[in-house]
Design a protein around this ligand. Structure first.
Ligand SMILES: [Zn+2]
Ligand SMILES: [Zn+2]
Length: 390
């Protein structure tokens, strides 16, 4: 194991930045306080360029190494962290717990931002590489739109980024371990929105009504068969519902219901099949129940695809930090990540960094582990120094 030595000195600062960001979670593009904090630190470290307002509230820091590249044009790589929190009420008793009602850093983006800041400080101080590291701090990852907003603002072209890397913490993976594989690693995510219009009425006269809740229940059950029966069991896919709204009174059969969920797949073929079956089943339930059902399927994240060369480089950096045995190859997961759009724009790789035995991502009891910081920060540093070696 080879944590970069200087990172140990920087650790107290990185931890305090993390706790500061954690206490004031911000959602979506409204990450004003967090981006201002990040931009201030990057300027303080002496980055060559600090650009704010990229993709509305994103921040980009640029650090060019002091070494000369031998016989080639110096390379430019992008390292991406996210900044945003989630609309979840924090259920930890931590001294630095969220001070904002209803919001918390339940996905560890506080840790990601702090780790990349730590790497920025080291890189700006030592500059022991030939080329340029572009530090990307992205808003609105949880909305699935932050990366696209930064791309539309010319992220890749303005900063000349040639390769791009992302890192996310993973509960259940031991602290000090990394996990990565080539090919698809995270799912294409499509949101499903269903509006059911039945006929309300007296609960004693159901024959005169079309009960919107009953229709919703039938739909939820019927749609389970897409994954269970239509998709090849050797191909990953998931359909889940996260919101059901209906009814207003104990004594009335509700007329309308709204249902929201998502479908997640790893290949274009399965994605197409699932979309088609969901539409057919919704139409079938409408026919059977007599309800009017509107279905909207909207794409959120694309598949995160790890390119071969960038995956190799990330594995090498992770092994330098964690040792040969602590860099694992785990199967893809069906979470979504808008890093997918960055890795569509430029070849890239996405790596998991162990968060140990914590509560799961998006859980009210989750907390990013400060013990993961030396590993994640050292990974970024090694990645830059290895990839941009003279
Ligand atoms: Zn998340
Ligand atoms: Zn996340």
């Amino acid at each position: 194991m080879a944590i970069v030595k200087r990172v140990a000195d920087l650790l107290p600062d990185i931890v305090s930045w993390r706790h500061g960001i954690h206490a004031y979670p911000e959602f979506g593009f409204a990450v004003h306080r967090t981006s201002a904090f990040v931009a201030e630190r990057l300027r303080e470290f002496g980055c060559d360029q600090v650009v704010t307002g990229v993709g509305r509230t994103g921040v980009v820091g640029v650090v060019t190494g002091k070494r000369a590249a031998r016989n080639r044009k110096p390379k430019v790589i992008g390292l991406r962290s996210d900044l945003d929190a989630l609309p979840i009420e924090e259920a930890t008793e931590l001294p630095y717990a969220s001070k904002v009602n209803g919001f918390m850093h339940a996905c560890g983006h506080d840790g990601h931002a702090a780790m990349l800041l730590g790497a920025a400080r080291y890189l700006a101080e030592t500059r022991n590489f030939a080329g340029t590291a572009v530090l990307i701090f992205e808003p609105a990852e949880e909305l699935g739109t932050g990366a696209q907003a930064m791309l539309e603002d010319g992220l890749m072209e303005r900063f000349g980024i040639e390769h791009v890397y992302g890192m996310h913490n993973l509960p259940g993976l031991p602290i000090g371990a990394f996990s990565i594989r080539q090919g698809p690693v995270m799912a294409a995510t499509d949101s499903i929105e269903v509006k059911i219009e039945g006929r309300g009425g007296h609960p004693g006269m159901p024959h005169q009504c079309i009960d919107a809740i009953l229709v919703a229940a039938q739909l939820i059950m019927a749609l389970q068969q897409v994954v269970a029966q239509n998709v090849n069991p050797l191909e990953p896919a998931a359909i889940s519902f996260h919101q059901l709204q209906s009814g207003g009174s104990q004594r009335v059969i509700p007329e309308v219901a709204e249902l929201r969920g998502s479908m997640r797949t790893l290949t274009p073929e399965v994605r197409q099949l699932v979309k088609k079956r969901v539409s057919e089943i919704v139409a079938g339930i409408a026919l059977v129940t007599g309800a009017k059902i509107d279905l909207k399927i909207e794409s959120s994240d694309a598949v995160v695809f790890n390119h071969a060369m960038q995956t190799e480089l990330a594995i090498r950096a992770a092994k330098d930090v964690a040792g040969e045995d602590n860099v694992l190859e785990t199967p893809p997961v069906l979470g979504g990540e808008d890093f997918s759009y960055l890795a569509e724009a430029r070849p890239g790789a996405f790596i998991w960094c162990g968060n140990g035995d914590s509560a799961g991502l998006h859980h009210a009891a989750y907390d990013f582990s400060d013990e993961a910081i030396p590993y994640g920060t050292s990974f970024w540093i090694k990645l830059v120094e290895n990839t941009l070696a003279a």
